[in-house]
Design a protein around this ligand. Structure first.
Ligand code: PGA
Ligand code: ZN
Length: 420
C-alpha cells in the first residue's frame, strides 16, 4: 500500500521548474518496500486543448514556479492516496480526476496529477520487482518502437526561419532497435558535417530537442541536407526515411499558412505536402494543419494514404477529440503525450481507442523534458509503432533512447523491432 507521497520542484531541460514526485509503498507499519519517482515534461508549441499545467504566476522564475502544484500533491493528494493499493492505477487516477473536478485539470494542475500518476506506476513496478514496461504492458509487451528522431529544428523550437518545426529520421531498415539507434546517430553526425560545410559552424547550434537549427528558411533546403546526410552515412532512402512535424498551428494566421515565404490556403498546403511526399522519402507528417482543422486532416489522409498522418495538437491525447477524428477519417496516427491529458490511465484509453480503430500510436516526449524515461517503457507497454523523443543527443533525450536499449536487452531473444 501507499505509505507516502512527496513532491518537489525541480528543473526541466529549458531551465524552468517542473514537478517531481516520490511514492513509497510499504506494509503499513513504516517499512518501505517499493519506491517510484517521476517528473513531468512541458511543451512550447502546446495545443489549446491540452490539460492545464498549473504555474504559480508570481515573481519566482518569471511566474513559472510550480509550488502550488507541489503543495497540492503534498497536502490534498497525499492525504487521499496513503493507504491505497499502489497497483490500483486506474482507481488512483480516477480519484485524482474527481478530486480536481474540471475538464482541464486546472484545480490540482495536470502537472501535479500526472507526476503522481507516473510515480505510482513506477512504485508499483518496483514493489512487484518487475520492469516498468512489463508491469504496464504485461508479458505480451515485446516490440521495440521505431525511433523518429528530430535532427533538424525550425518553428517555435529554433531561432531560424523554417516554418516546419521538426525534421525527423526513422531508421526503419534496421534489424533491431540497437542498430536503429546507431543508424540514426550516424546520420545525425553526418548531418552535422553537411551543415557545417554548407552553412558554417554556427549552423549546428541546437534547438530545444537537440536537433540542429541551421539558418535555413526553405523546407526543401532542410530536406536536401537530410538526404545528403543519409547518403553520406551509407544508408538508402528506404532504410532511413523522413518525417515532419509541421506544428502548423504555429504558422497559421487565422486564414492562411505562412511557409517558405508564401501565404498558402489549406488547399494549397495539401498540394504542397503531396508534392513533398512525392519528391522525398517522407513517411510521416504530424500536425500538417492547425489544431481545429479536422476536415483538412481528413483530406490529406485520404490523398496520402500511405503516409502516416499524425494528430498531435489536433487530438491532444484526448479520447473525445480522437473519436471525432476517427469518425471523420482525420489522420491515421495518434501522437501520445502523457502530459496533454494528465493521467496514465487516460493515455492508455487514447492508445487503445487508436489501435482498435487502425490508427498507429506514436509515443512522444515534450520539448522541455527531464531525465525521466517513463515514456520509453510506456512505448513498449503500449506496443507503439514509433517513439519520438528528440535528437539522439542531450541527456534528457538520450535518457529515453538509452532506456529502450536496456529494455531490448532485458527482452533478449523475445524482442522484436517494429516493422513499419
Ligand atoms: P512541444 O513540441 O512539446 O513544444 O509541444 C513537440 C511537438 O509539437 O510534437
Ligand atoms: Zn507536434
Amino acid at each position: 500500500q501507499i505509505e507516502k507521497v512527496y513532491a518537489r520542484e525541480i528543473l526541466d531541460s529549458r531551465g524552468y521548474p517542473t514537478v517531481e514526485v516520490d511514492v513509497y509503498t510499504g506494509d503499513g507499519y513504516g517499512s518501505f518496500s517499493g519506491f517510484g519517482r517521476a517528473s513531468v515534461p512541458s511543451g512550447a508549441s502546446t495545443g489549446t486543448n491540452e490539460a492545464l499545467e498549473l504555474r504559480d504566476g508570481d515573481e519566482r522564475y518569471g511566474g513559472k514556479g510550480v509550488l502550488d502544484a507541489v503543495n497540492n500533491i503534498n497536502t490534498l493528494i497525499e492525504a487521499d492516496l496513503v493507504g491505497m493499493d499502489v497497483r490500483d492505477q486506474r482507481e488512483i487516477d480516477e480519484m485524482m480526476i474527481a478530486m480536481d473536478g474540471t475538464e482541464s485539470k486546472m484545480n490540482l494542475g495536470a502537472n501535479a496529477i500526472l507526476g503522481v500518476s507516473l510515480a505510482v506506476a513506477r512504485a508499483a513496478a518496483d514493489a512487484l520487482n518487475i520492469p516498468l514496461y512489463r508491469y504496464l504492458g504485461g508479458t505480451n509487451s515485446f516490440t521495440l518502437p521505431v525511433p523518429t528522431m528530430n535532427v533538424l529544428n525550425g518553428g517555435k523550437h529554433a531561432g531560424n526561419d523554417l516554418a516546419i518545426q521538426e525534421f525527423m529520421i526513422q531508421p526503419k531498415g534496421a534489424e533491431n532497435y540497437a542498430e536503429a539507434l546507431r543508424m540514426g546517430v550516424e546520420t545525425y553526425h553526418e548531418l552535422e558535417r553537411v551543415l557545417v560545410d554548407k552553412y558554417g559552424p554556427s549552423s549546428t547550434n541546437v534547438g530545444y530537442e537537440g536537433g540542429f537549427a541551421p539558418p535555413i528558411s526553405l523546407t526543401i533546403d532542410a530536406l536536401d541536407a537530410l538526404l545528403i546526410a543519409v547518403e553520406n552515412a551509407g544508408y538508402s532512402q528506404s532504410d532511413v526515411t523522413i518525417g515532419l512535424d509541421a506544428a502548423a498551428s504555429e504558422f497559421y494566421d487565422g486564414r492562411h499558412y505562412l511557409i517558405d515565404g508564401k501565404k498558402m490556403s489549406s488547399g494549397e498546403l495539401v498540394d504542397y505536402y503531396l508534392e513533398l511526399i512525392n519528391t522525398y522519402p517522407i513517411i510521416l507528417i504530424e500536425d500538417p494543419f492547425h489544431e481545429e482543422s479536422f476536415e483538412d486532416f481528413a483530406t490529406l489522409t485520404s490523398e496520402a494514404w500511405e503516409t502516416l498522418i499524425v494528430g498531435d495538437d489536433l487530438f491532444v491525447t484526448n479520447v473525445d477529440r480522437l473519436s471525432r477524428g476517427i469518425e471523420l477519417g482525420a489522420a491515421n496516427a495518434l501522437l501520445l503525450k502523457v502530459n496533454q491529458i494528465g493521467t496514465l490511465s487516460e493515455a492508455f484509453d487514447a492508445s487503445l481507442l487508436a489501435q482498435r480503430s487502425g490508427y498507429s500510436v506514436v509515443v512522444s516526449h515534450r520539448s522541455a523534458e527531464t531525465e525521466d524515461s517513463t515514456i520509453a517503457d510506456l512505448s513498449v507497454a503500449l506496443g507503439a509503432d514509433l517513439i519520438k523523443t528528440g535528437a539522439p543527443a542531450r541527456s534528457e533525450r538520450t535518457a529515453k533512447y538509452n532506456q529502450l536499449l536496456r529494455i531490448e536487452e532485458d527482452l533478449g531473444e523475445a524482442a522484436q523491432y517494429v516493422q513499419l
